[in-house]
Design a protein around this ligand. Structure first.
Ligand SMILES: *Cc1c(COP(=O)(O)O)cnc(C)c1O
Length: 225
């Protein structure tokens, strides 16, 4: 029987090889990609395994699951889930980076409750609809201005999830275009968080600097999240 350690090590190696080949084929550097291992729903023992394998960026979607893991394992902890206002204070206590900000009121609340610096990505919707999937491109400058006016937040860049109904290449090409325009006004926003298990190679081709990979490393999750 393979141990959990061996299973995660083999999966991680395969992901790293795919990152290397994706960066090579578009003339980018492997070192420019930050791999965020999405540990949501997985036990803290898996996070310890990842740490021993040299992975120190972890991504979580739910505050209540993430807080005890982040307290147990040092590293860079990323929150990428849907934001509820009443959870922001707790999220701010353990998160180093938040990928899913898409409302001004959440940016203002986060800044008020934060006690350390937090890197933020603004989530942009790629399907033209506002709501669960991020802000419209036309709202980004107002959100960015709110981050720039904050005391504790650093504007890192944009984040997106490819919509289900279009090819990831098409979605990430559009994202790269939006990011290019955004950076013209906000030159500090150099990072791009895009790509999950099934589409991170495409995201890298289109400029992703942070990829958020869960199931390819840790296996399938018990319930969809
Ligand atoms: C769950 C999740 C991921 C990781 O998804 P996988 O398909 O398991 O790699 C990445 N980003 C977000 C926003 C997620 O919710």
């Amino acid at each position: 029987m393979t141990s959990r350690y061996d299973e995660i090590a083999a999966n991680l190696n395969a992901v790293i090889e795919e990152i290397k080949s994706a960066t090579q084929s578009c003339g980018r550097k492997y070192e420019d990609i930050t791999l965020v291992a999405v540990t949501k729903t997985f036990p803290v023992s898996d996070v310890h395994i990842l740490a021993s394998l040299g992975v120190h960026h972890y991504g979580e979607n739910r505050d209540s699951d993430a807080a005890p893991k982040a307290a147990a394992v040092p590293g860079t902890w990323h929150f990428q889930g849907q934001i509820q206002s009443n959870k922001l204070k707790s999220i701010a206590s353990w998160a180093n980076v938040i990928h899913s900000l898409d409302e001004i009121r959440h940016i203002e609340t986060l800044d008020r409750v934060a006690t350390h610096r937090i890197g933020v990505f603004l989530q942009v919707s790629l399907d033209g609809a506002e709501g669960r999937g991020g802000a419209l491109p036309s709202s980004l400058s107002a959100l960015a201005d709110a981050v720039l006016q904050s005391t504790h937040l650093d504007l890192m860049g944009l984040m997106a999830v490819a919509p289900l109904n279009v090819s990831s290449d098409h979605a990430f090409e559009k994202l790269a275009e939006i990011h290019g325009g955004f950076r013209a006004s906000y030159p500090m926003a150099t990072f791009l968080s895009a790509g999950m298990s099934n589409d991170f190679a495409s995201a890298i081709t289109h400029g992703a600097t942070h990829i958020r990979v869960g199931s390819s490393i840790l296996g399938s999750r018990p319930s969809p999240q």
